[in-house]
Ligand binder design. Structure first.
Ligand code: 13P
Ligand code: SF4
Length: 303
């Protein structure tokens, strides 16, 4: 991270003046990461949103992340600078289809990945992120669990918890779905000493090649703690910027084709305009906020 440019300095001034905390996901472009108060994965950002002392949260990430911040802190104003920055996977499950699936499996509890709409969360029992999905499912008394919408995350959780029956949903993240065994093997051939770290949204054949499966924040922790000096990063390439800043002296090999176009929609100019206008703001129906609170709080209570 270098010195702030004039736009970045103006953003920091406005955030201070207007009592705004800026949260940015690990996949945001470097110049946006540089002006954030907190950078993190979905779980870290959800927790920080609940603890923020500022009255306004400006969320640099995709739609569901900003919605979760609003559901957890309804008294705060939550600004999402580019409303079109939406996670396509979050829209791969709709309430009607989920309710039909629930009727077919009446004993199963419903775990909604945070990468879902607020409406879906309101129809679930508990939420999870990639960081805590295994712990969340393990914490449930029910043996049968419906996981929506990511089929790959569901399959990974199933592989870790053989005593559970995880009912999968056919959603996926196009960025992680497109990471292939061939790509990872080609990187390993180029960097034979590197450890492979992959996200649980990857397919099982890719996961099987990994030395570690982790959320984006878990990847950072692993890189800090590991004795290895070189890593192949099986997730969206934006994380590499944070890794290089926060884990100096180690080398991170990105997969250059792993780019989430929605995460990249937020530019510095959008953040500046959002602070000047104090919008666009996230609005959620009070009934949806109420319906989201329990599944999100149950997730945050899982240790
Ligand atoms: P993390 O919670 O691991 O950062 O993942 C969020 C996400 O959108 C992955 O694609
Ligand atoms: Fe959604 Fe995948 Fe982008 Fe994450 S990387 S926001 S899961 S499309």
């Amino acid at each position: 991270m270098g010195d702030l440019n004039p736009t970045q300095q103006r953003i920091r001034e406005l955030a201070r003046e207007k009592d705004v905390i800026i949260l940015a996901h690990n996949y945001q472009v470097p110049e946006v990461q540089d002006i954030a108060d907190i950078i993190g994965d979905s779980l870290v950002l959800a927790m920080k949103a609940t603890k923020a002392k500022q009255s306004v949260i400006l969320f640099c990430g995709v739609d569901f992340m900003a919605e979760s911040a609003k559901a957890l802190s309804p008294e705060k104003k939550v600004i999402h600078p580019v409303p079109g920055a939406q996670c396509p996977m979050a829209h791969m499950v709709d309430v009607e289809s989920l309710e039909r699936f629930k009727e077919q499996h009446p004993g199963a509890s419903v775990v909604a990945y945070v990468n879902t709409t607020a409406e879906i969360k309101a129809h679930s029992d508990i939420c999870c992120t990639s960081a805590n999905a295994v712990k969340v499912v393990a914490s449930l008394p029910e043996g049968e669990v419906i996981m929506v919408p990511d089929t790959n995350l569901g399959a990974y959780v199933q592989s870790q918890l053989p005593d559970k029956k995880v009912l999968l949903w056919p959603g996926y993240c196009h960025v992680h779905q497109n990471i292939t065994v061939e790509q990872i093997e080609a990187e390993k051939a180029k960097h034979p000493d590197a450890l492979v770290i992959v996200h649980p949204e990857c397919t099982m054949d890719v996961i099987e090649l990994a030395d570690r499966v982790a959320s984006t924040e878990g990847m950072l922790r692993f890189a800090v703690e590991s004795e290895s000096r070189e890593f192949i990063i099986g997730t969206e390439e934006g994380l590499a910027y944070r890794l290089s800043n926060e884990v100096p002296g180690k080398v991170f090999h990105r997969l250059e084709t792993a780019i989430c176009p929605n995460m990249k929609k937020i530019r510095l100019e959008d953040v500046l305009k959002a602070l000047e206008d104090m919008g666009p703001e996230i609005y959620l129906d009070p009934a949806i906020i109420e319906g989201n609170r329990l599944p999100l709080e149950r997730m945050l209570a899982v240790k």
